[in-house]
Each structure stands twice: as C-alpha cells, then as structure tokens.
Write a protein that binds this ligand. Sequence first.
Ligand SMILES: [Ca+2]
Length: 429
Amino acid sequence: MISVDPEGGARLVLYGLSSLLLGLAGACTGGDQPSGPAAAVAQATQPAGSVESLPSVTLSRAFPRLTFSRPVFVTHAGDGSDRLFVLEQRGRIRMFRGRRDVETAEVFLDLRSKVRAPPRGHNEEGLLALAFHPGYRENRRFYVYYSASKPRRGVVSQFQTRADDPNRADPDSERVILEVEQPWGNHNGSTVLFGPDGYLYISLGDGGAANDPLGSGQDLSTLLGTILRIDVDRQDEGLAYAIPADNPFVHRPGARGEIWAWGLRNVWRMSFDPETGDLWAGDVGQNKWEEIDLITKGGNYGWNIREGRHAFKAAASAEALIDPVVEYPQRRGREIIGLSVTGGYVYRGDRLAGLRGAYIYGDYVTGRIWALRYADGEVLAHREIYTPSTPVYIASFGEGPDGELYICGFDNLNGRPGGRGRLYRLNVR
Ligand SMILES: [Ca+2]
C-alpha cells in the first residue's frame, strides 16, 4: 500500500505530485530507463497470448451483508472448516462462515490496544498479516504481523485459539517471535505465510521514507528489505525461532541467517503456488515501475540499484540482480496505470473458467487486475483482465479453503479510499 490518506483526497493528489517530483529527482541522480519505456509498456499491455487464454473478469460482492473496517487480508485456517478470517488494519481479526448469505462476522481476536495503526499511526501501519500453522488443527497456533510503538517496530507473534472455543483466539497466548525496528512508518511489508517446507516466510519492507536512505535493500546485515525464512517449531539459543540450516546466508560473515531473499523494497503480499511450490511476490515500486517477482533462494531483486528492470541508483554491484517476471509503468503519458502493486495468487480454484493456473494480481490505487501465465522461465501470456471505471482500492487478495480468490477492497469515496471495505469475488464474464 502507499500513502493514500483516508481522511483527505488532497493527499492523494499531493502524493502523486511528490512522487512525480521524486521521479524527477531520481532522473537527476542517475535513475534512467535502459530498456526504454516503450518496450516495457508493450511488455505490460500487449503480451503474447489471446483473450481466450486469459478471460476478462468482473467483481461482485462476495458476502453482501458484511462490511469491515479497512480489511487488509483474508485467509482460512486450513482446518477443514469453511471459516474465513479477515484482518482489519486497526487490529482485529474477524471470522465468519464462508457462505454468501452470512450476516455477521464475529471478533476472533482484538489486538487494537497493541497495534499502531491509522489514524494515529502511519497509513501503512497496523495489523497486516496472518498465517495459520500447517498443524493448526492440532496445535491451534497462528501468526500475525503488526506495527507497535515505543519503539516503532514490527512484531511477528504467535497466538493460540482457545481450546474450548474454536471461534475465539486467546489474547493472552501471545508469544513474540521476532521484532524489527522500523525507522519510518511506511514500507512494513508485510506478509507472513508458511511454505510447503513448513517454514514461516516473512516479507519486510526497506524501512521506509523514500529512495531507501539506509541502503537496507542491498544490506544483508539488516532484516529490512527482505523475505525471511524461519522455523517457528524449534528455537536456536537466544531466539524465539530457529534458522534453517539450508538458508542461503547462514555461513556468510556479517549476513543475517534468517534472510531467504533480498534487494526488495516493500513486498506487499506474496503467495506460494500449491502445485509448483513457486513463491510469487508483488514488490511495490517508488516512482515509475511496479513489479512481480518469482522469489528464489538467496535471490537479490535489485532494490535500490534497480526499480523493476531499470537503473534507479547510479551504483555498481557485484551482485547478480534478478529482474521481475513482469512489470508495469506507474504512468503512461497522463494516464495512471497503477501506483502500488498488490501481489496475488496463482489461481487453483474451479469457479473461474479459463484462469486456472494463471497468476492474478492487481493495483491498490487504480483497481486494475492482471493475469499471466508462466512456465519454464517464460511469460506465455499476460494481460489486463479488469479495468474499473470507479475502482475499489485493492488492499489484498486472499484464498478460501476451496482455493477460490477473494479481494479485500476499500470503498471508493469520491476518488479516495474510505475507512470501510468489503470482500469481492471475481467472475468470468
Ligand atoms: Ca526489484
């Protein structure tokens, strides 16, 4: 997400202007576009593949009677139940049975007293991520990421559901797994999720401000600007978790062993394809380019030397930098294509005929949705499958227990995100 203030439409305009100004500044200090904008635009909008291979979609309310306060994620417990869990940025997890006519969503956990969030906190702070343990049915454990104050930091914690009530978490069950100091309010990531290997993956932004002033992206001694991989079922001495022995940097002097991938600016949403095990991530751009990455062990995704495929900072690097699978420009002439990518999912459900196996992602600000097909290192098809006239702000995608996709959308109040939001589903026309 980016700083689109819910209280004032002017902020969006201001942000756009400041973004533009930063873009100009970036050009003056060495940012350029070696591949040429025209080539990249073609990549984003005129890819190989027919309309038939990636059909267009519409959005509709998934649960017409439910509204949420800034819903930033939806997921399920993987326990065989049909329940869905929605994160409200302010600090609550609400839960309901995933039926279209459901009328209420109960409070599963309320962390509002601990969570730093808007309006007092930054627009990008709050309760941002949730993942249920693969053994949840037996151990009732789940993991969250939230922003906290004094000091300003991100917290990854374990909680447990009550033994006597599967619809209530125990607020006193918190076990802090990891805390990371956050120098600025923006760029917190965060997604937490379990991989097919049973380890917990955590995306962390570069610390915030603009241009990565601390150089966190290219610094293996900080956890900022990375994706981490940790073992929450064991503990190394002095840690609340263990570092897997096959993590890529456990033997590199000065590097943090938790790091799985780096050179990332602000991965807002990532997901594993359950069929291939591929880890897909949406890394939010700064001035010009939004990108989708395939995350590999030890991979360096270029920030802040590159934004997308393009030089950002005039600096030489001995590192092999991995280009995004696809990117899109923030602007094409005067048209805004998107300002903040929201990573999505490889669709493995049954409802959306023609989209099975496609990676689906969107843009928070413009509400556009794209899909792509990818195999053996090649993008086989890629196109915009949804172009709204009045967008909802796509805060996140999420999956139900049946593999069906949902969107957490903030309401559009005259061109700015409102304080309330709803869940949407996609429909093939
Ligand atoms: Ca990158």
